[in-house]
Ligand binder design. Sequence first.
Ligand code: ARG
Length: 297
Amino acid sequence: MSVITTRRFLQAAASLCAGLFLVACGKKEAPPAAVVAPAPVASAPAPAPARVYVVGTDAAYAPFESQNEKGEIVGFDIDVVKAIAAKAGIEVKFVNTPWEGIFNALNQGDRDLLVSAVTITDERKQTMDFSAPYFDAQQLIAVKGTSKVTKFNDLKKLKVGVQTGTTGDEAVTKLQGKTSANIKRFESTPLALKELEAGGVDAVVADNGVVIHYVNNNAGSKFKTVADASFTPEQYGLAVKKGNTELLEKLNKGLADIKADGSYDKIYAQYFGAPPAAAPAAPAASAASAPMPAASK
Ligand code: ARG
């Protein structure tokens, strides 16, 4: 065998080996890389050990969510989610999110979940998923102390303030008709209530817990509340993006846990004075057969 042939043979063999080596390496890459991975943490987008779930909330809704003097987001909803998160072993971060864009933010993935006194409705269920209910609510009318309004139907021809896109908005729209010019829509419920004080509207329809809280904390405005049994009973749920069952299961598990161990009742009592079973948030003006969240205990 000539020298040249031998050299060629060796060259060919070498490149063949190299090729095989690469193929072998390529195939086997995944397992060894994963095993050795911990070192290059800085560059590799390794699975974050503590993922922080971003919680959207429209923090102009005391006592459920509001901002304190320090700008911190506080309230019943916040405490409930913090307690759920602790049980579920997840980290959460609350981000003030205007109500009008809140569902969009969830859909776009800018928020992982919402806690914002969000009523579970069939319509919303089509575009997002809800946890088990965590709070019972109902619409309540706020009027000036001198008002003659005694029932919801009395608002048919009056100027009524609501927060845009809320269940209060829906109820009044149903009463007055879609094209009514007497429905005044505001970006927050407190703004609607301020307008009632200013005389720009004759009534405000909003969630009972928020209306009661406002009336109790703004004695100067001399409002009174009018309950009406014809309002559909509502329940609040935590919302996640449609199909995010992984997070939803964690939330539901955490919620069941805090209901079972009494921490939910403690939070409830802190904000509403009595355990939920004994006294609902408002003097519920009956409510035929409200499915109680107690059922999920
Ligand atoms: N429960 C009502 C609804 O779901 C009003 C909720 C408004 N929440 C808020 N944080 N502004 O339509």
